[in-house]
Structure formats: structure tokens, C-alpha cells
Design a protein around this ligand. Sequence first.
Ligand code: GTP
Ligand code: ADP
Ligand code: MG
Length: 180
Amino acid sequence: MWSSTRTSVSCFWGQGQVRSRSSNADFPGIKERTLVAVKPDGVQRRLIGEIIKRFEQRGFRLVGLKMLQAPEKLLAQHYVSLQKKPFYPSLLHYMTSGPVVAMVWEGHNVVRSSRMLVGDTDPAGAAPGTIRGDLSVHISRNVVHASDSVQGAEKEISLWFQSAELIDWEGCDHNNIYHL
Ligand SMILES: Nc1nc2c(ncn2[C@@H]2O[C@H](COP(=O)(O)OP(=O)(O)OP(=O)(O)O)[C@@H](O)[C@H]2O)c(=O)[nH]1
Ligand SMILES: Nc1ncnc2c1ncn2[C@@H]1O[C@H](COP(=O)(O)OP(=O)(O)O)[C@@H](O)[C@H]1O
Ligand SMILES: [Mg+2]
């Protein structure tokens, strides 16, 4: 029951049906999107479901998902701001050590909220209750990535996903009570 458009995949079975009482004008950030990736250590430790669960439970919508062995060229663009860091070679080695699960999540203030869900870059400083604070111990194996700004998220999403790979949930809002 999916229809493809030129720029995205859209769900049509909700169109014309009852819409949630809030419009996008009420919640300007409702369509904000962010890139989250389960890193190779997270995949190997069977944490994909746990990480997805936390974003789902918070009330964000999944608009894109894929598992891939990330090409070094993609990672070089993704981590361009870290190229001069001493740990950069080991970061690329880590990120290419196995498959990653890349996701795009959507919702109100999703970029900021995701960073809160994920926790501090260094798991030693990540609060209990956060993904890194609960599931990791070392900065070089911190299980998950989340974009750190709206602008950065837009750039990262376009690096990792074609627009046709992303779902347009417009018209399906009746399906969920959380999506503010
Ligand atoms: N080994 C090592 N890895 C680091 C260090 N600093 C950062 N990293 C790794 O590089 C990643 C990217 O660093 P940042 O972008 O500054 O951290 P982040 O934004 O919390 O992490 P991402 O969500 O992966 O971008 C981190 O998540 C770590 O995996 C470091 O000092 N040593
Ligand atoms: N000092 C460090 N030592 C090892 N790895 C690091 C270090 N700083 C960052 N990294 C790695 O680089 C990734 C990206 O860094 P950054 O974007 O600064 O943090 P975050 O992942 O929290 O957004 C981190 O998640 C981590 O995997
Ligand atoms: Mg980062």
C-alpha cells in the first residue's frame, strides 16, 4: 500500500481521513529529521532493536532505515570535521569494521532530543538512562551516532540516503498519537 513519488515514498491510505488535531503550523519542528546510525559495535552486540526501541518509545517516527557496510568515502565526508584529529584513522577503522544500521528519525526537536537520548560522546560522561550511558564504556566504541545540529542532520541525511528512500508520513498521522 505504498506509492512512490519522484522525491519520496509516501503512504496514501491515510489521505483524506481524519487528521490529528495539531497541524504543522502549530508545531514548526514536527518535520525535523535527524540521522542516527548504530555503529559496528552496536550491530555486533545485537543492540539494534534496543536502540530503535528507545527512539520509538520516545515517539519519533522512523522515515528511513538500511543496513550497509559503510564505504570509506562516505565516512570521510561524514566525519570531515574530524579529519585532523589524532583518532581519525582509528575512527575510520572502527566504522568500517562491520555493517552499520543507518536511520532517519523525524519529529519535534528530534535533533536535540536524539542527542539527549544518545548521551555524551564519551560514555564515561554519559548519564545513566542514555544509550551510551547504559550500553557503552569507551569513547572509541560508543555504539551509536546522532547528528548534532539541524544543519548537520540535513547534510548527513543527504549523504546516507537518497530522497526516494525516505518515507513521507503525511496523511498517516491518524495512526499515531505521539507525533508532536
Ligand atoms: N578513539 C577516539 N575516538 C573518538 C575520540 N573523540 C571522538 N571519537 C570518536 O569519534 C566520534 C565522533 O566524534 P564526535 O562527532 O566529536 O562525537 P559525537 O558527535 O558524539 O559522535 P557521533 O555521533 O559519532 O558523531 C565519536 O563518537 C567517537 O566514536 C577520541 O578522543 N578518541
Ligand atoms: N577523543 C576521542 N577518542 C576516540 N574516538 C572519538 C573521540 N572523540 C570522538 N570520537 C569518535 O568520533 C565520533 C564522532 O565524534 P563527535 O561527532 O565529536 O561525537 P558524537 O558521536 O557524540 O557526535 C564519536 O562518536 C566517537 O566515535
Ligand atoms: Mg558527532
